[in-house]
Ligand binder design. Structure first.
Ligand code: SAH
Length: 339
């Protein structure tokens, strides 16, 4: 991974004061130079909204009594992945709450089956044991996605009661050691979060050398305890993302769904100031709406095919192309697990 070293004071200046068009143009140029014009698509399957955690910002937190819970059966999940592969996705991302019904054995079985569809597999299922991560990797998982959320440990512990920042960090280190292509990310606009703290977050992402990193604006949910918080803006998320592209010019950066939930052109704007990945939703039916991390989530009534064609048109409209490869870091898949 290529790193551009920037002093923290300069990161803060870029985040706070740099003129928007200058910042975005610089990020866009670096994106073009280092990762090209292709936009890599990942089909996102939200397979369970059952979670053992209680993150204050999150709509699927355990103690949200108003949410109808669902869990796809393994057969449903594999079938959803098959359909996503059929419509051309080369990466399947499986995301869920921390739902321990999906045991090591059940997950491995699902991974083995989906791997037959000639796709790269990304898991985004939170904190598990080393043995689980190892087994998933051996079964064929290529990548793992887990945001650190914030590097301000006090803030993290306030927002994620009963969770440990150190443990999340250690999980990320285990995943990396196992040879996954590792993605992480942060939220911006969390209550009490400062620009200095976001600068620390970016330095952390660079230091750990994540090869994929996403920035999501925090969107307050009506149900969880933070319902009256201000939340993040699209502008703040884009600025932070652009600075991240400057610091880590060759990583994969998604234009996030939360960005588009704040503004109808959120993802397209993101693609024009640093991003090179989009994760269209390929979850089907009612589950889309029920995987409600935050209100105003886009595309809840659409089908996977609609989402695929809609994003294709948007990408073409800005003169970019959809990548046809697996779209890993440097265009590669990680080596087969050598354990
Ligand atoms: N259980 C998995 C997936 C978590 S949900 C894991 O622990 O990694 C995926 C991401 O959604 C979270 O990492 C968080 O960054 C984001 N998210 C949750 N609530 C949100 C909100 N209210 N606004 C914006 N993003 C949110």
């Amino acid at each position: 991974m290529i790193k551009h070293t920037i002093e923290k004071s300069e990161i803060i200046r870029l985040l706070k004061d740099e003129k928007e068009d200058i910042l975005y143009e610089r990020a866009d140029k670096l994106r073009e130079e280092y990762v090209g014009d292709e936009v890599h698509l990942r089909g996102l399957i939200e397979f369970s909204n059952i979670c053992r955690n209680n993150c204050m910002y999150c709509g699927i937190r355990k103690d949200n009594p108003l949410l109808k819970r669902y869990r796809m059966s393994p057969e449903e999940l594999v079938e959803t992945a098959r359909r996503a592969a059929d419509i051309g996705f080369k990466t399947i991302v499986m995301q869920s709450g921390e739902d321990m019904w999906f045991s090591q054995k059940i997950m491995c079985d699902i991974i083995t089956k989906i791997k037959k569809f000639d796709v790269a597999i990304t898991l985004s299922i939170g904190e598990r044991t080393y043995e689980d991560y190892k087994a998933f990797r051996e079964a064929g998982a290529d990548r793992y996605l887990m945001r650190i959320e914030t590097t301000d440990k006090n803030l993290y512990h306030k927002l994620d009661p009963n969770m440990s920042w150190q443990h999340r960090h250690e999980c990320l280190m285990m995943i990396k050691e196992l040879g996954y292509e590792l993605g992480s990310g942060i939220m911006v606009g969390l209550p009490e979060q400062t620009i200095e703290s976001s600068a620390d977050d970016l330095l952390y992402l660079q230091d750990i050398e994540f090869v994929m990193a996403g920035i999501g604006p925090f969107i307050p949910h009506a149900q969880p305890p933070l319902k009256d918080a201000a939340g993040g803006t699209l502008e703040l998320a884009l600025r932070t993302m652009a600075v991240m592209r400057i610091m880590m010019p060759d990583i994969n950066i998604p234009a996030t769904t939360a960005m588009e939930s704040l503004h109808p052109k959120g993802r397209i704007r993101a693609l024009q100031c640093g991003a090179n990945v989009v994760m269209p939703n390929v979850t089907e039916g009612e589950y889309r709406r029920l995987y409600e991390l935050y209100p105003g989530k886009i595309c809840v009534n659409d089908t996977p095919t609609q989402c695929r064609s809609c994003i294709g048109i948007k990408i073409a409209s800005i003169g970019r192309t959809v990548g046809l490869s697996y779209g890993g870091h440097n265009g590669r898949l990680p080596q087969k697990a050598k354990l």
